[in-house]
Design a protein around this ligand. Sequence first.
Ligand code: ZN
Length: 677
Amino acid sequence: MQNLWSDKDAKTYIRTYARQRVNADLALRVYTTRLLGGEPRLVLHGGGNTSVKTVVKDILGDPTEVLCVKGSGWDMGNIEPAGLPAVRMEPLLRMSKFKTLGDEEMVNAQRLNLLDSHSPNPSVETLLHAFLPAKFIDHTHSNAVVALTDTANGLQVSQEVFGKKMGYVPYIMPGFDLSKKAMEVFNQDPSVEGLILINHGIFTFGNTAKEAYDRMLNCVTKAEKRLATGKKTVFPGIRLPKKIARVADIAPILRGLTAHNGKPLIFDFRTSKEILSYVNGKQIKRYSQQGTATPEHVIHAKALPLVTAVPEVGKLDQFRTQTAKDVQKYIKTYGSYFARHNAKAKPKKTKLDPTPRVFLVPGVGLFGLGTSKKKASITADMAVANVEVITASESIGTFKVISEKDRFDIEYWSLEQAKLAAGSEKTLARRVCVVTGGGSGIGAATAQAFAAEGSEVCVLDRNLKAAEKVAGPLGGLAIACDVTNDKQVKSAFDIISATFGGMDIVVSNAGAAWQGRIAEVDDKTLRQSFELNFWAHQNVARHAVRIMTAQGYGGCLLFNTSKQAINPGKDFGPYGLPKAATLFLMRQYAVDYGADGIRSNAVNADRIRSGLLTDKMIKSRSGARGLSEADYMGGNLLGREVYAQDVAQAFVDLAKAEKTTAAVSTVDGGNIAAALR
Ligand code: ZN
């Protein structure tokens, strides 16, 4: 692994942070922590930690010996001094005399000794850092090091590779006991440059930030060199059928099968040469079912991925039936694993969602699952790291990790259980919402409104730049799509399925107004309007239904019709006729797919103040709609202006109305001629 230390960068860190009154020790601690954290083969998402022992002034201005150690909730890759809270050294050291210390007591004791009460909780490995005397300590879950220790004879192999320069600590769950054990191993030979934690990771020590970092990189390189001597073909593969199904067709099936209590998960797909060789291996059901490479992964990814059958083109029904059985079996097995260990647990634990978090799909790749796109991608990153570690372990031996009991202790760690109660989920979290014509006006406001409710959003627009501008700040997906082109709609929806696993809410919003007196308007105009204001809705709805029925747990179609569908305006035939057809299209979908749990509703908006029309368009009176300014100002029963956000809110309300289908909501400030019934 390449050593990225640069004297020049180190100096820049010292200089930059000095301006914020951060001392050189902490500035360099930030620098190498980021170097380590920027490398996914060393740490992933909040994993790993570092520390420095230094002197800072406390609130009274007295110089105080402290340990600045990574705080929980921070990632090493983008850490700041605030992410390395200072804890008084002296009380921490005195705790080494304790015989036992529970996790909650330990967290409390660490918090009590913070110099700044606003700090995050210091890492659960704080005491380990404190009990070891080195000034700088680095800790990672290096894939290469973990791969060596995760073999049947992991200790022996590690000793061969690192020799007497490192100490060896048997597996113990992070916390007070591990800290004491690490201290004990260190005291047996205080000349060691670091510690190898079997089935967990590696610590390196240094008098300087550079020394600890160099030692980390040297050890990792040694481990990599040892692994490079392993077998080249690690996993003899199965014979695959000729035509493997596409990700876009498989994902909605898997997503439907893992929607637990009506709540779906978000998917994140990965594939590569290495992943394929792993998932196609003849013995995948052995090596993939041992547990995770480093214990921490179990919290995001669960210990065991689900290995599916090979999905073949034309045989997806079989694939679904088989996978449904596999998922049920997984849930049952997980239930008994929980019951078995919870019986002995004190206090009793709260059972976590029993559905798998990782799917390994032979011939295709892997999916990480999570309650949001961000969490799904964290799971997927961990699954990919597991593929790398297990492949490396199996190249030199047999992959073997901690016991099921140890795994349960991590998965049901009291500190993790405490997080369950915190933070309730937003109402439309875990839902994938697609908005057509989402690059501006009502569409943009709708994408924003659904994102605010916790949905993952996909913004479709003819104008990719406009779609990106809306989707970007929402962390959503932007796709260029002309909804009048059925092929483009299909391909956009396939991208969405492959990206998120499927979709739940589709707001068919794209539209535009054409006008002309109905006997005089040319056919071309009328047909053009039908293309966008009717056929595009049909394109969008039918592809949405295709995916929703593959998921099999319902869905929500929303159409932007118009008051024109009910109350025709003079010369607005070309606009109103297809919109009227779309209103009935909405009803037809409600009738034909109600039994599948697919709801279909519409919003009739009228005279939207901003969004659809800009002030400039109103002033120039050149808008295609040819309406006068007065029409926008209080020309309704309530005498209130209607905004794009009001229409967006109506879509959100209909999406939440689980028992409502075939309904039309009016958002027009009150227009009695456009009222339904
Ligand atoms: Zn660790």
